[in-house]
Design a binder for this molecule. Sequence first.
Ligand code: C2E
Ligand code: MG
Ligand code: MG
Ligand code: MG
Length: 296
Amino acid sequence: LAKQAGDSRVRFFAHALQEAASARLGLRNDLRRALQTPRDAAQQQLLLHYQPQVDAQGQLLGVEALVRWQHPARGLIPPGAFIAEAEASGLIVPLGNWVLEEAASCLERWQRDPALQPWASTLSMAVNVSPRQFREPDFIARIEDVLARTGIDALSLELELTESVVADDLEATLEKMELLRRHGVRFALDDFGTGYSSLAYLKRLPIDTLKIDRSFVMDIDAPDQSGPGKRPAVLIDAIVAMAHQLDLRVLAEGVETETQLTRLAHAGCDIFQGYYFSRPLPEAALCAWAQEIQAK
Ligand code: C2E
Ligand code: MG
Ligand code: MG
Ligand code: MG
């Protein structure tokens, strides 16, 4: 009897594994097809949402482009549900290129529209770049090409890298970043504090902005700062002090409450991003949001 139960459990797990594998394969094939659809086609399933980044006075400084997938059967899929699969399959490279292209042409549209000034003319556009995409031999050429074709100012393009890119191969990463920086492109270090944060490399990297991960921000207004896994508020003070010492701007991610904002501003954070200001928005909604902020 025990053996029988064991067998059926094995069959159950084998079946579950098979299901998971075929779901991943389905997702991969669907994503491949979505990427083959022309960017401007009506049936294009990929899209970008834009989340505002503001200063302590609430002035709009930039937006972060965040990819979404409008799947015909599954509905709107957040990046957390397909970026890992895209990384594993290599589709992250064409996906990243798609995002770069779309974000740049969106910024170009905004900059050219007289109705969207002056906020659009000084706006920065932050684009997430995956490690694999950054390591592509033609990554620099792609950026040059996008800048040339759209005519957007390189200074308005901010590439978000994570610590894992850097940890991989510091020398190669540094060289690539320096080359891009010569074009005027800026860099932000995303999700800071979750990886192998090393002060040694932080000092050497040509980054402009350090994005403090949401997990630090989440805990800043928690009454108990001593529990396991908690990141005490004093860490934020330390990160800000260190970043400013290195001439970096500090952006706090995932600001949801006024209390968090007040504490982060008090700690010296320069830029804020989070639901407290706005969720990531479709293009038209972002423009409406920015117009309204500007009118205040
Ligand atoms: P990220 O780059 O750290 O982006 C911030 C994430 O936090 C976004 O999730 C955003 O919607 C969410 N967020 C912003 N403010 C708040 C807040 O106040 N509260 C909470 N709970 N969440 C907030 P999203 O859009 O689901 O993206 C998740 C991750 O997927 C991103 O994290 C980024 O690592 C990745 N990703 C998104 N778009 C791209 C892309 O185009 N390329 C690559 N390689 N990765 C991307
Ligand atoms: Mg990001
Ligand atoms: Mg982040
Ligand atoms: Mg994050």
